[in-house]
Design a protein around this ligand. Structure first.
Ligand code: LLP
Length: 410
């Protein structure tokens, strides 16, 4: 995160001294940098300028309304996967004409709601869903423009739990099923297929996988034109990865932009992206307090007040989120340390470190890169209230979602 800086061994976010922030708020809490979000969206938009796409923010990455509003200021639409996300995006002021709805299990109520709101596209993921949309549209006396998500059977290098683009995954329809659906859809008078979508997974750095997808979509578009089934949009999904380790590389958006421009120049079709992590991932941190230092012969457990219920990525995907002390001590621990949370599971761990700056009980640490799939994956496990979220920009600090009260979750 560019907005996280060390000055005189102390950590600052957007020029705010984290140690001072902690005096105002109870740990643990999330802080998001509005400036970092803005910088991320600018990078995406400038890299993709030549293909002039609609960027839909994948709300599942971070559903804080203020975060969505920051993105909206930069002409961003939304990719939603539930009625809840759709309501949230609308409440944040995003125009329905910039909203796409993905997901394999949209219910009748959700489809009805999306149709009534007149969103840009409901992207269907199965023949059954297409039939259902048609039936609901008929009842509402409407002709609804829909997208179909293609499963391209392209494997992207990423954690298998977040890969979505191969035939073993539940997402989308295969190319052959797609054409079968097209040919048999004659009776479906209340829908019009105006979009093809594809999304091969998340935390992907390899542009090669995207190139394969572009090639396949180009072929599909050609075939569609030949058979008079032209579509207006191609939705290329999201999935662009960010660095979690210090020496990790970022997704090369400039290079990717060139590939997309080539595709656009040939196809002359409107392009949509559904980007989550790249826009918010590096813009969020969690501030946490050391509750106990538990010394064992094997290692020292640094027990912090953030648990896997507050930030589940390490427990679910064994994902690494670097933990930094808010104030560095020049002395180091003489044993390895493991950051763990208070939850009653061994998977409630945030990683092992050697030669770590000494921490005492009551000291503060910061868990980095928690702006995407942090708070949105959190739960009330162990009856712990969801934690507060704060947003900072150059000048101010604002609480945007309060910590839940235990009484309200009983
Ligand atoms: N579009 C669709 C249809 C998706 O399923 C997703 C993410 C996105 C767009 C946005 O992908 P992104 O740009 O954020 O990579 N919880 C996991 C990530 C799950 C991603 C789910 N789908 C994690 O913490 O790594």
């Amino acid at each position: 995160m560019d907005y996280l800086k060390t000055k005189n061994k102390k950590l600052f976010i957007n020029n705010f001294d984290l140690k001072k922030i902690v005096k105002k708020y109870k740990t643990p809490f999330y802080i998001y940098s509005a400036d970092q979000i803005k910088k991320n969206i600018k990078l995406v938009q400038s890299s993709l300028k030549k293909s002039n796409p609609l960027i839909c923010y994948a709300v599942k990455a971070n559903s804080n309304i203020q975060v969505i509003r920051e993105l909206k200021k930069n002409n961003v639409g939304a990719d939603v996967v539930s009625a809840g996300e759709l309501k949230l995006a609308l409440k944040a002021g995003i125009s329905p004409k910039k909203i796409v709805f993905s997901g394999v299990g949209k219910t009748e109520d959700e489809i009805k709601f999306a149709i009534q709101k007149g969103i840009l596209s409901i992207n269907a993921e199965s023949e059954s869903e297409i039939l259902s949309i048609n039936k609901i549209s008929k009842k509402l006396n409407k002709i609804v423009k829909i997208g179909i998500r293609i499963n391209p059977n392209v494997k992207a290098k990423t954690n298998k739990k977040i890969a979505t683009g191969t035939k073993v995954n539940k997402f989308g329809v295969s190319v052959s099923d797609f054409f079968q659906i097209l040919n048999s859809k004659k009776n479906l008078k209340n829908i019009k297929i105006h979009l093809l979508s594809v999304h091969i997974g998340s935390q992907i750095k390899d542009i090669g996988a995207y190139k394969k997808v572009l090639k396949l979509i180009s072929k599909l578009l050609l075939k569609l034109r030949k058979t008079n089934h032209e579509v207006d949009y191609v939705d290329l999904g999201g999935g662009m990865g960010i660095p979690y380790y210090k020496d990790d590389k970022n997704f090369d958006f400039k290079k990717f932009g060139k590939e997309v421009a080539k595709f656009y120049n040939k196809q002359k079709i409107k392009i949509i992206f559904e980007i989550g992590r790249f826009l918010t991932g590096n813009a969020g941190i969690i501030i946490s307090k050391v509750i106990y230092v538990k010394k064992t012969r094997e290692k020292y457990f640094i027990i912090i007040d953030t648990g896997m219920n507050d930030m589940a990525r390490s427990a679910i995907y064994e994902a690494f989120h670097e933990i930094l002390p808010i104030e560095k001590n020049s002395k180091k621990f003489n044993k390895k340390i493991e950051f763990v949370g208070p939850i009653c599971e061994s998977s409630d761990t945030f990683g092992i470190y050697k030669n770590y700056s000494i921490l005492k009980e009551g000291d503060l640490v910061c868990i980095t890169n928690c702006g995407a799939y942090g708070r949105t994956l959190s739960s009330n496990y162990n009856m712990r209230p969801l934690i507060e979220e704060i947003i900072v920009d150059k000048k101010k600090l604002k609480s945007v979602r309060k910590r839940q009260k235990i009484e309200n979750i009983i």
